[in-house]
Design a protein around this ligand. Structure first.
Ligand code: HAM
Length: 423
């Protein structure tokens, strides 16, 4: 036998037995987004590399070591590691946000060259929202309220919690950065090489270190919230009071800074303890400077993205009430001279007149026994059976595969009417 070729590490197939759950999760996401009047956009999976370098930041993990980048003649291209940069690029290029508000969402694959483990993959899927043109805290609150509604719809609301922080304006962060670096310099002996590098290039990222000794030391670190500019402080207070009024529980986490450089003011993450190390199911925040930084007319932005693999895993873990549906309602069984065409015609007629029904026609020959076995295997509720005598008498036999009720013989002309009593 020829040698088989395997999938790329960290890039998964979705089996036919898994797609119903994925579709269920995706339909809940689409439903809630429609509930808020948001519009779907679709962007290319490949963008020019400098877009990500400029938007996400050269020194972030994503840009410095996780991008799938290649040359296309003399242009450097990258498989999108996230959706915000491409959405902002499209919004500027297509004029979606010029003097306009937009509430947009997208869903699709993203690519990061990370070390694969449960909940962390090299190709993964995000559903994301980006809102442009609204600087107010109301919209930050709306995004969080929307996600809370989605968790309820997915049956995972008891298993996720909200972490919230404000990282203020660029200037406030620059002030804080120098205070933080001064503080951290006492602890360089606790730092590994990567953290020492971060101390120079991106010290705020040390706040969310996994290094426990350093975490302890960080409990005494100066807090970014104490260095906020007035505008950011008011924005954050308003957001918190709206969330309080809407009964959304949150924890203010002064160490939450997020791994992408474009944020200012609000940042948030929804986390779960049910998935092990990869517990962040959704992350986002405000990015008021990004549109201008990418060459557009200044326009505030705010958004989030959730990891669909993590949501599917969490739903599997904690929600055991998902309606599981078989893919097939009716299995067409036939045997004997002339019955093939009769079965094809009847199947097509049902599909036209009862389009909500899922009809599968047996195509691989064999006797009735073999055909009924297939019908059972696909989980069909009933089989419609045409043998030579049924064909002669213009009749069909209805066999109840799931309920075990007696079989019935009905006139071909009455099949459509009869099906209304079955489903
Ligand atoms: P992010 O935090 O990098 O933010 O990713 C958002 C979510 O995508 C994560 O919380 C996680 O659920 C999922 N995710 C990230 N990497 C992986 C991976 N390797 N495998 C599986 N799931 C993963 C962003 O991407 C921002 N663009 C979010 C945003 C939109 N901020 C403003 N607007």
């Amino acid at each position: 036998m020829a040698k088989t070729i395997q999938a790329i590490r960290g890039m998964n197939d979705c089996a036919p037995t898994e797609t119903p759950l994925w579709q269920w999760v995706e339909s809940k996401v689409r439903g809630v987004l429609a509930n808020y009047g948001y519009s779907e956009v679709r962007m290319p999976i490949v963008e020019s590399t400098p877009l990500f370098a400029r938007a996400i930041g050269e020194v972030t993990d994503v840009v410095s070591k996780e991008m799938y980048t290649f040359w296309d003649n003399d242009e450097q291209l990258t498989l999108r590691p996230e959706g915000t940069a491409g959405c902002v690029r499209a919004a500027i290029e297509r004029g979606w946000i010029y003097n306009n508000e937009q509430r947009l969402w997208y869903m699709g694959p993203m690519f990061r060259h990370e070390r694969p483990q449960k909940g962390r993959y090299r190709q993964f899927h995000q559903a994301g929202v980006e809102i442009f043109g609204i600087p107010n805290a109301e919209v930050d609150a709306e995004l969080i309220i929307l996600t809370a509604r989605l968790w309820k719809a997915l049956g995972i609301d008891q298993h996720v919690s909200l972490q919230l922080n404000s990282i203020g304006s660029l200037e406030a962060r620059a002030n804080y950065r120098s205070v933080l670096v001064e503080f951290l310099q006492q602890y360089t002996d606790l730092m590994n090489d990567e953290e020492k590098e971060r101390l120079v290039k991106n010290p705020l990222r040390i706040l969310d270190t996994k290094n426990e000794a350093l975490q302890d030391a960080l409990n005494g670190a100066p807090k970014l919230l104490d260095y906020l500019d007035d505008d950011s402080r008011e924005h954050f207070a308003q957001l918190c009071s709206l969330l309080d009024a809407m009964n959304i529980r949150y924890e203010i986490n002064p160490k939450l800074v997020r791994g992408l450089d474009y944020y200012n003011k609000t940042v948030f993450e929804w986390v779960t303890s049910a998935l092990g190390a990869q517990g962040t199911v959704c992350g986002g925040g405000r990015y008021d400077g990004l549109v201008e930084q990418l060459g557009g007319h200044a326009s505030p932005g705010v958004g989030f993205a959730m990891g669909l693999e993590r949501l599917v895993l969490l739903v599997q873990e904690v929600n055991h009430n998902i309606p599981v549906e078989n893919a097939v309602d009716i299995y067409m069984v036939y045997q004997g001279e002339g019955t093939t065409v009769a079965a094809f015609k009847l199947a097509e007629q049902i599909r036209s007149e009862q389009p909500q029904l899922r009809v599968m026609l047996h195509c691989s020959g064999g006797n009735f026994k073999k055909q009924f076995k297939r019908a059972d295997k696909v989980g069909a509720k009933i089989a419609l059976v045409i043998g030579e005598s049924e064909l002669q008498n213009n009749q069909v036999v209805v066999k109840h595969l799931l309920s075990g009720a007696d079989q019935q013989t009905i006139a071909l002309d009455n099949v459509i009417e009869h099906l209304k009593t079955e489903f």
